[in-house]
Design a protein around this ligand. Sequence first.
Ligand code: ADP
Ligand code: GLC
Length: 497
Amino acid sequence: MRKILFVTSEAHPLIKTGGLADVAGSLPRALLKLGHDIKILLPAYASVLIKADAAGLKKLTQLPIHGQDISILQTRLPGSRVTVLLVDIPQFSERDGNPYCNPDGNDWDDNHWRFFLFAKVAEAIALNQANIDWQPDVVHCNDWQTGLVPALLTQATALVPATKPATIFTIHNMAYRGLFSHQAFAEMGFPQDYWHHEKLEFYGQMSFLKGGLAFADAVTTVSPSYAQEIKSPEFGCGLDGLLRFRAKDLSGILNGIDMDEWNPGADKLIHHNYNRRTINQKVKNKTHLQAQLGLPVSETIPMLGFIGRLVEQKGVDLLLEQMNQLLMLDCQLVVLGSGFDSYEQALTKIAQQHPNKVSVTLGYNEDFAHQIEASADIFLMPSIFEPCGLNQIYSLRYGTLPVVHVVGGLRDTVIEAVQNSQAVENEINDISNGFVFTKATAEDLHQAIKRALACYQHPEKWKKLQINAMKQDFSWEKSAKLYENIYEKILENSMAA
Ligand code: ADP
Ligand code: GLC
């Protein structure tokens, strides 16, 4: 049994903007199940405090940090026995909007300071200086918002390294490097030599992400393929050199999913439950959704789904570029997402012009996401890069066959055994579960969609693919054990040092 502090800026169901929240809400539960004493450390955003109040909230302690009194509150992750510690400062608790942006969609201009204070609290707990009588063996950090934690711990324990818990940093997305000015760095009180390209400096700016990459004892990312890709200039976002340097400490562990929350057999958010044996019933969800969205109701028209942040990463350009060709095919498209204005506008316009074929819902809607997963026949995920991707995994679980660009975690989860136009003529083997394309072009995406639509016309083959997809085990058990192995390895190394 190890004591683990899991530091994250999101955790479902308390706060979520993307897949990080799903992981932070489910991996700790799997680690708890394995017998570990795990606590999540999370900012006390206003919306989190409201939900935590319902789950039970108490104040543990108060710390003076950089002239500010910071409270640590304690609650539980709803629906679990995992303890959550909340860092309560007005910069988190007294603001509307999402964790990183104001209601206008711009980054909060003190993000560097809010997440620096968050990291300082993690440091205090890690060094048993927070008066909570609990010191972790391992501090597990996630993404740039927590990147300063390994750097602060290295700095604080430079003279007595034995007092430092082992640190692991998980990259969920290299594209967000947490870049701020030199002025921000200067305010934080790091020693001057931390302003160096091997430490926190990145081309004249400060990078929080680099704090994790350069200083953590182990660096992981959320799929084996992405762990390879980020060592190359194409995917490394300017940090590939550092990752190549850290190659022996870098590995990829595929995300699991919460198999209870995403379970078509028991999902309370969908119209009609079904499982592998009753897969024929899935279509009831489709006709229900068609009626709800005002689309022509038909069991046989294939429905394509897309859910996600409307940002470049998700391949929205490819989707838009082949839209005219797609609209000529006999299918429906249901989109749920929010993000860049230009994408939102382009998609809305298409839906207005083609109300019988396309439905676009802007915004964030967890319930609707479940309904699309249950209703669609095909799920589109043409991401340009994808560290892991959870939506394609949810789709597999719901028998909604994914069409994906073969990159990162999409490569590690979706398999199309024969990728040519003759695929339909071949027997479906036991591992194929979707459709993949290799070049990130609209044309390749479109060809893959056409292969999927052609295959859809062969119900027996389609069903075989669905069953292959639904049979797969994406529970956290296996991946949580891989994290456990890394914890043990870094603890061993730190004891030997
Ligand atoms: P990323 O973390 O890059 O956004 P993932 O596929 O890992 O991508 O995870 C996305 C998560 O966010 C999924 O749980 C997905 O259902 C959810 N999601 C994304 N956009 C929306 C939305 N507009 N409404 C509801 N859920 C969404
Ligand atoms: C990030 C990535 C996504 C991954 C998620 C959870 O947001 O973009 O690919 O699934 O984190 O690890």
